[in-house]
Structures are given as C-alpha cells and as structure tokens.
Design a protein around this ligand. Structure first.
Ligand SMILES: [Zn+2]
Length: 401
C-alpha cells in the first residue's frame, strides 16, 4: 500500500450571489499577489533585499486594517495567505532556476484562488469558508481519499471549476508482467512502441484544431470590444478547452494502457525531445503534448509500482540502426519515415527503430533487468548481446557514414 495524491476536477454552478463572492476572491487573491510582488521588487531595488513570506504575512494583517483595503476582510483570509505562499514559491523556483522571474497576474489570465483547508463536498455541494450554503457541484466521480486543499478557477469562457486535492492509501490491481518497452513519439502517429504498437493521433483533436483555425480567423476580422468579437472570443476559448480535454482524455488512456502491460517504460525526456529542431516536428511535439504524457505516465507508474526510465541525453535514436549500430548520418531530413541500413541491410521504420533504441539505451543505463522484446528472433539475439556493450559510444565507433 502506498500514499498517493489525487486531484479531482469538478464543474461548479454558483448562483449569482456566489459568483459575485467568487469574483471578489479571485480579485483579492490577485491583488495580494501583485501588491506583495511589487513590494518585494521595490524593496529589492532600494535595499538589495526583500521581505520573506513571514514578514509579508504580518504586512497583510496590517493592510486589512487600513481603510483603503479593508475589503480584503470580505474574503477567506486563508486564501489570501495562500496567495502569499505561492508568491514565495514563485521566488524559490526562480532562485533555484526552475522558473522565470514571477510575473504580475492579469485579470485576463486564468482566475483562481486556493482554499488550503476546511473544504468539503457533501450532497453535490462544495463547502468552503464564506460559502455556508455550499456551491452546486457536479460530482461525477466519488472521492475516495482525504480532502486537503482546493483550487477554484474560472475559465476565459466563463465556466467554474474546483480542483480538489486528496491523499489516499492506494492498492494497485496492476500485476507485474516482466516486460519492458521503449516509447517514442511518431511523425505520423502519436506514440510508437519498440514492439511496433501504434497509438494514433486523436482524430477529435485534429477536427477541433481545424475548427479552431477557422474560428481564430473570424475573430481577427471582428472589431475589438464589439458584441460579435466577444461572442467569437468565447467560441475560440471553448474550442481551446475542447482540444485540451480531448487530448488529455486520450493521453490518460495511452499512459494507463502502457503502465498496465509493462514494468519498465523507457522514454526520452522533454528537454531531449526539444533538441530535435525541426519545425514540423516542433509542431507535432506540442500537438501531441509529450510533456503531459510524460507526467501522466510517471505518476501512474509510481502509483502502480512500475518504472519510467527517462533518457536525458541526446542520441540519434531514429537514425541509429538497432541491429548493427550504424549511424545514418546522410538522412538529415526527419520527414523520411523509412530507411535501409547500408551495413546490415535491415529495413527500418524510423519510429519503431527509434523506440527500440530508446528501450535499449534506457535499460543499459539502469539496472532495470531483462529486455523482453518479442518482435523477432534476430533482433532479440542482438538485444541480449547489446546489454553489456551497446552504448552510444560504441555506436559511434561503428559509424562509417
Ligand atoms: Zn544495420
């Protein structure tokens, strides 16, 4: 049994009064964040240092007593403290070089605030401090864990959501299979495995994308601020939401399907993917949301006692022959989907070949155990040899192109 964190996202249907109070919460949380970000910047400019969370927390208490900002008292005080805490986190991430310097929050970006405690969902209603009668909430999934904090948000298209963070004991029903797999993103298909399995791109995403392109063209022709513009802007944000949802849906299915069937899954890390500079490919990377897939795969593997091996070093995975190790340097064009190795004359599908190399590279750089590639005798024999010898360095010395 292990402790896992799970997030549930539900749609909210506030009444008019509640929508107003929510708007005040969004506004106050944003005000606190921006006010204290500005304070820190000013302090730093004048003195070379700035207040930390605890000092700012005291200033916040003072701020609430002042007449000009007494309206801060109308909202849940813990949400304001949480806004300060996220500012602190943003600073920490910046200093640890994990993120850019924090920006001021704009009214036009996503509206949200977090309630750190006293959150509950009972009888189809979300209960928060200051919302005594509860906000109508569409609970489409039963919450099994202990509820912690919750983040309430409003999308640009005007929908309200709550993300409820929970902690629970998790018992996996997924069995060990003794199998390993390499997974790569394909040029034509979303994912391709070292066993030649293909996960096709979600056709709904494609359909919505062409609709989105059209809707955006229409929007650009409308006069800003007009009613027609506002309606079209809503249409565009709804399509964005549809694309994101339908994509996430499909990536959930792909990732759990792999976690169920394989004990070790080898993939290239995001920054390695980013090194493949090619416009077409760059587009398909964002299209397929490799980053989302990797994070889903990672937490699902963790929950179910499986392992994800991330390769964080670049090697020419699609252009290295998985049979003899020859590196095909002639084909720079990444759109070439098939090639034949001039040394051992194996015919390669670019994507499957890459996935096999990723699997091998991943297993070579961990103690993950036996390779269980079942795609063919010849390859299997080679893979068993390769475990001790085939490193990219070894490949390089074989390369004759
Ligand atoms: Zn070869």
């Amino acid at each position: 049994m292990r402790k896992i964190h799970r997030t549930y996202k539900f749609r909210l249907y506030p009444n008019r009064e509640q929508a107003e109070l929510l708007a005040r919460h969004f506004g106050c949380a944003r005000f606190v964040y921006n006010h204290f970000l500005n304070q820190r910047k000013e302090q730093y400019r004048l003195t070379g240092k700035s207040d930390n969370f605890y000092a700012q927390e005291r200033s916040l208490t003072e701020l609430k007593k002042q007449e000009a900002t007494t309206w801060l008292k109308e909202v849940n005080s813990q949400s304001l403290q949480f806004a300060l805490r996220s500012l602190e986190t943003a600073y920490t991430n910046f200093f640890k070089k994990r993120a850019m310097f924090p920006n001021f929050k704009s009214k036009h970006s996503k509206n949200s605030f977090t309630v750190p405690q006293h959150v509950s969902i009972v009888g189809g209603r979300l209960f928060l401090p200051k919302f005594k009668e509860g906000i109508k909430c569409h609970v489409h999934r039963e919450i099994t864990g202990k509820v912690g904090k919750a983040t309430i948000s409003k999308t640009p298209s005007g929908k309200y959501f709550v993300s409820v963070f929970t902690e629970e004991e998790y018992v996996t029903s997924v069995k060990k299979s003794g199998k390993s797999v390499g997974v790569d993103m394909g040029l034509k298909d979303l994912l391709i495995t070292s066993e030649g399995e293909i996960f096709k791109n979600n056709r709904y995403v494609k359909r919505y994308e062409s609709k989105l392109a059209k809707a955006q063209r229409h929007l650009s022709r409308k006069k800003k601020g007009s009613r027609g513009f506002e309606n079209q802007r809503l249409k565009v944000s709804r399509l964005h939401e549809k694309i994101a949802n339908s994509r996430a849906d499909y990536l959930h299915k792909c990732s759990i399907s792999l976690v169920r069937r394989y004990d070790t899954i080898c993939i290239e890390d995001l920054n390695v993917k980013g090194m493949e500079k090619n416009h077409r490919l760059a587009k398909s990377i964002t299209d397929a949301s490799w980053g989302i897939f990797v994070s889903m795969l990672t937490y699902k593997a963790e929950w179910n006692g499986k392992k994800v091996v991330k390769i964080d070093r670049y090697f020419p995975s699609s252009q290295t022959c998985n049979v003899c190790g020859y590196v095909n340097k002639h084909t720079k064009d990444l759109s070439v989907r098939e090639w034949e190795c001039p040394v051992c004359h194996t015919h390669h599908d670019r994507d499957v070949n890459a996935a096999i190399n990723i699997l091998r590279f991943g297993l070579n750089h961990t103690s993950a155990g036996a390779v269980d590639y079942t795609g063919g005798e010849e390859v299997r024999a080679d893979l068993s040899e390769s475990r001790s010898s085939a490193k990219p360095e070894a490949y390089k010395s074989l390369a004759c192109g």
